[in-house]
Ligand binder design. Structure first.
Ligand SMILES: [Zn+2]
Length: 127
């Protein structure tokens, strides 16, 4: 139920969010269960950022499937396999990604080599 309300509060958000695990832009909304990546099943939840226009997106790899070019978010004891990011803006003006990181970056920064799909793609282009 909360997801339905959340999604309605951020129109267009799922048009611009890329899956950090596999890079897909297709999201499936399962009523009462949440929003999942159509390709790798990573869960995405939106919430409101304090004092800014935009939204915070939380990604959870708990249900992520193994797919080609997908790299599941690293798991941590404290937070599970999660990453989050903040997007600023409105649907009319467009949203822009402000920051993004895996929780593993904060709890075990030396071991976390995971990067979201869009950063991996940039690297491949550079090679
Ligand atoms: Zn995905």
């Amino acid at each position: 139920m909360a997801i339905v309300e959340t999604e309605d509060r951020y129109p267009g958000a799922f048009d611009i969010i890329e899956c950090p695990v596999c890079g897909s832009e297709e999201w499936t909304h399962l009523l009462y269960q949440g929003v999942f990546c159509a390709r790798c099943n990573t869960q995405c939840t939106l919430r409101e950022p304090a004092g800014d226009q935009g939204f915070i997106a939380e990604f959870d790899s708990k249900y992520t499937w193994s797919v080609d070019h997908g790299e599941a978010i690293p798991e941590t004891d404290e937070y599970g396999a999660r990453a989050s990011g903040k997007w600023l803006g409105t649907e009319a003006d467009g949203y822009e990604r402000y920051w993004f990181s895996a929780y593993a970056d904060h709890v075990d920064e030396h071991d976390c080599e995971w990067e979201p799909a869009w950063d991996r793609e940039t690297k491949n282009e550079d090679d």
